[in-house]
Design a protein around this ligand. Structure first.
Ligand SMILES: [Zn+2]
Length: 260
């Protein structure tokens, strides 16, 4: 850095020193954002290959790769698996990808507590359940019904049940007709999965527990079909809290230190 470039005051120098270094790939990132905002580019478009982007922005190919990696993690770019040197990444929009991994890591770092995740979940899912009777489409109802039927299979194991259960809750949130709520529920999936795993472990593979969960899921879905918003919301609340309560009863030694 050249001292005295900002002439006159010591203050000017201080401002210069704390200003973050502009990353070499910032121009590429802001061009993508500007293109999406203006409509010049849209989801499904393919960017130029690595070398062409490096030349266009006057940055190294390593910087292009870093920018692409960041946008891939944020769910804005997808790198084709059979990508040759000329085929660039494709613009996608998968908002839960970036949010999901960030939320999961911050739960792991204990900045976000499981109790707060559960409260947020109750807030989002009861809203969706209350709105579902009015807004749900028949296609989305069919999807939720299909997941319920898959969970009804008598020979299903706890981990498979758990996976279908998570998908059922995302499907339920979709019935509310708000794409942001659906995205947040998808993103919360990874964080929710941890405590539900604990609850499942605590209950062992007792078949009566799975039966209880099946009954709760069917009751929620029936309330939506019956056009009973308050019942649907209450049943979702009770179901989420019932399982969380069991996760909390899980002995601390099975959850590892620090959790609890
Ligand atoms: Zn459930």
């Amino acid at each position: 850095m050249e001292p005295g470039t900002v002439p006159g005051t010591d203050e000017g120098q201080a401002v210069r020193e704390v200003a973050p270094h502009r990353r070499s790939y910032d121009a590429l990132l802001s061009d993508i954002e500007a293109g999406l905002l203006s409509g010049e580019t849209s989801v499904g478009d393919q960017l130029a290959g690595e070398r062409a982007l490096a030349e266009k922005y006057g940055i190294s190919r390593a910087s292009v790769r870093e920018a692409v990696r960041i946008l891939d993690a944020m769910g804005i770019l997808d790198v084709p698996t059979n990508a040759g040197p000329r085929s660039g990444p494709v613009i996608i929009s998968n908002p839960s990808r970036g949010l999901g991994s960030a939320l999961r890591l911050h739960v792991a770092a204990k900045k976000l507590s499981v109790a707060d995740i559960v409260e947020t979940r109750i807030l989002l899912e009861t809203w969706a359940a209350r709105t579902a009777p009015e807004r749900s489409t028949s296609e989305d109802l069919e999807e939720a019904r299909g997941l319920l039927e898959a969970m009804d299979a008598p020979d299903i194991g706890p981990s498979q049940f758990h996976e279908l259960d998570a998908r059922f809750h995302v499907a339920l949130s979709r019935l509310g007709g708000n794409a942001v709520i659906e995205t947040l529920m998808e993103a919360l999936g990874g964080s929710i999965s941890g405590y539900i795993g604990d609850a499942m472990a605590a209950m062992g593979d007792a078949p009566e527990v799975l039966d209880q969960l099946r009954g709760q899921h069917h009751a929620i879905f029936d309330a939506v079909l019956d056009g009973a918003p308050e019942d649907a919301a209450q049943l979702v609340h009770d179901h989420i809290f019932w399982l969380y309560d069991r996760a909390r009863q899980e002995p601390a030694d099975r959850r590892g230190s620090g959790a609890g």
